[in-house]
Design a protein around this ligand. Structure first.
Ligand SMILES: [Zn+2]
Length: 569
């Protein structure tokens, strides 16, 4: 009983309420509606990524990948914002009436402001008297707020206007704010997230209007050149948002659409689209590599479709280099728990147990989109954890690809099994830094709730950077210890190591000690236990239960905190 609570317990759905039922006709109609919104080239990609998903009773046609369209980001003077559907303004919580002077109908904004004393994090809304009836949303922020608080405020402001489905929105930050550029970045991130349409399988499309144009409003006299804004790095914001959207899309797809075969197709399509190297290690290849820890988990599947995807991005003029960074992710497309079967509530949302692999994939794509000057690989461990006559059982002894023998204790601790071989295979390429993302343990959720994720590392001196990147990206992580003496809890009488301990104490720490057996000491490595991959009501600027947590964090860590500095091969 205790064990079932311990491992991979997540009870969040991006859809609330009844189960999704789909018929072929329904999905076809939904697909047509989506097709109308995308450009001709995107439509072609759509066709590539469309497939027939098999399920017991029916076949459904579905788009495995989201439309590629993003809102257009432009600039304008704040005074001209009266022609927009909504204007969102962040001002200090101690703002004076003058803060609203640059905005259209500033008297109306001042009146809203004067109603009562504002509190940091609060949001107020009114409607302007113009013909368009522009929605005016004010958000207040204190001088001590960090990135998370700014993103959370921006998320609330976007939620406030979502009922009116604005298509054009203006974003304004008071120059009086100490962190005005950071506040604008938060608003932009929230707007790009809100503009994204999550997968839906309803008979009739509802509320198709999305945000199509985001205008960064300016108080300066000179209009800015298109795409240039000293305050905010627009290409970075778009790449990060596209990554977050992809993680949320894949995480929300039903398990009969994003099964191992569907995921394989989706990854191959993305690799082709972005000009990345792509290799699929199927079960035969994994058998040759001795990856029996992965194969123990995939042996329960009814079809032989599991595998490890290996993607490579090399910067221009640097094709042959070994990777600087290896991104690794857990991609359990559905986790039943295996023969140690989960209960109803614990199993319900286990289609999101592939979130870690989606973070690794989306981070790689964002780095490629930004033409980052580093060589990056991604390794995605893709399989179901199913029951069946060939499913692995407790007390089996399994030899992983690096020769380490594992005594199986609980089949629901499958994430560390598939990651063991994936980390060992990735390590063979000698990356300078390796980081894995996984919805791995219930223990991490109990420790932190879903507001933060856990980070553990085999380099104590990297802990400061790892935590700082969480703080500055707004995707917060907490560092847990993983000292060597924890190993005595994983001592096996008959094998090199226990898969996990029989009781659940500190499972996020023991899981890290276990995974560390598959990472050579010479490689600097961090493990992110994604307790915040899903959260009821969303997190920070994200208003959907699947949060897409991890891409902002990884980009911040790699590009802005220079995690590679001082790391040698
Ligand atoms: Zn599990």
């Amino acid at each position: 009983m205790r064990r079932q609570q311990r491992t991979c317990v997540r009870n969040r759905a991006y859809t609330s309420g009844a189960m999704i039922r789909v018929s072929p006709a329904m999905v076809k109609q939904a697909g047509r509606a989506e097709g109308m919104r995308v450009s001709a080239s995107a439509r072609q990609n759509f066709r590539v990524s469309r497939r027939i998903a098999r399920s017991g009773r029916q076949s459904v046609r579905a788009a495995l990948l989201p439309p590629q369209t993003m809102p257009v980001v432009t600039h304008a003077q704040a005074g001209s914002a009266g022609n927009l559907d909504a204007v969102l303004a962040i001002v200090p919580d101690n703002a004076t009436a003058a803060a609203f002077d640059p905005l259209p109908e500033s008297a109306r904004w001042r009146e809203l402001h004067a109603r009562s004393r504002p509190r940091s994090g609060s949001v107020r809304t009114t409607v302007l008297a113009n013909r368009r009836q522009t929605l005016a949303v004010t958000g207040y922020i204190g001088s001590d707020a960090g990135t998370f608080q700014r993103l959370a405020l921006a998320g609330r402001m976007l939620k406030e206007c979502s009922a009116r489905t604005p298509q054009t929105i203006g974003l304004f930050v008071s120059p009086a704010l100490a962190a005005a550029p950071a506040a604008l970045e938060a608003l932009l991130a929230a707007a790009l997230a809100q503009a994204f349409q999550m997968p839906a399988f309803r008979a009739r499309e509802r509320g198709g209007n999305r945000i199509q144009r985001v205008v960064l409003l300016d108080t300066g006299r000179k209009p800015r050149a298109a795409g240039k804004d000293a305050r905010v790095d627009v290409p970075f914001a778009i790449a990060a948002a596209r990554g977050n959207n992809l993680v949320r899309w894949l995480g929300a797809l039903p398990p009969n659409i994003l099964d191992a075969r569907g995921y394989h197709t989706a990854v191959a399509t993305l690799a082709r689209r972005h000009g990345l190297g792509f290799r699929w290690l199927n079960e035969s290849a994994l058998r040759r590599a001795g990856a029996n820890a992965f194969l123990a988990v995939s042996s329960g599947n009814s079809r032989r479709e599991a595998g490890i995807a290996h993607l490579t991005y090399r910067p221009p003029r640097n094709r042959a280099r070994a990777p600087d960074v290896a991104l690794v992710g857990k991609g359990i497309v559905f986790d039943t728990g295996g023969v140690n079967l989960k209960t109803h509530r614990s199993m319900l949302d286990m289609h999101t147990d592939m979130s870690g692999s989606a973070v690794a994939l989306a981070t790689l794509l964002a780095l490629a989109e930004l033409r980052a000057p580093i060589a990056v690989d991604a390794w995605l461990a893709i399989t179901e954890n199913h029951i069946g006559p060939d499913a692995y059982r407790p007390q089996e002894i399994v030899t992983a690809s690096n020769g380490v023998t594992i005594q199986v204790i609980h089949t629901d601790a499958e994430g560390r099994m598939v990651l063991a071989d994936t980390l060992a295979l990735a390590a063979r390429t000698r990356p300078r830094f390796m980081i894995d993302f996984a919805t791995l343990t219930g223990a991490c959720v109990y420790s932190l709730t879903e507001r933060m994720s856990g980070v553990l590392t085999n380099r104590a001196d990297l802990a400061g950077k790892l935590v700082a990147a969480g703080r500055t990206s707004g995707e917060r992580v907490w560092h847990f210890p993983s000292d060597a003496d924890f190993d005595s809890d994983l001592e096996s009488k008959i094998a090199d190591i226990l898969q996990c301990s029989a009781d659940g104490k500190g499972d996020h720490i023991l899981a890290t000690r276990f995974l560390g057996r598959f990472v050579p000491d010479e490689i600097a490595w961090a493990h992110v236990d994604l307790s915040s991959a899903t959260r009821s009501g969303g997190l920070a600027h994200i208003n959907t239960d699947v949060t897409g947590f991890g891409v902002r964090y990884a980009l911040e860590l790699i590009l802005r905190h220079d995690i590679l500095k001082g790391l040698k091969r």
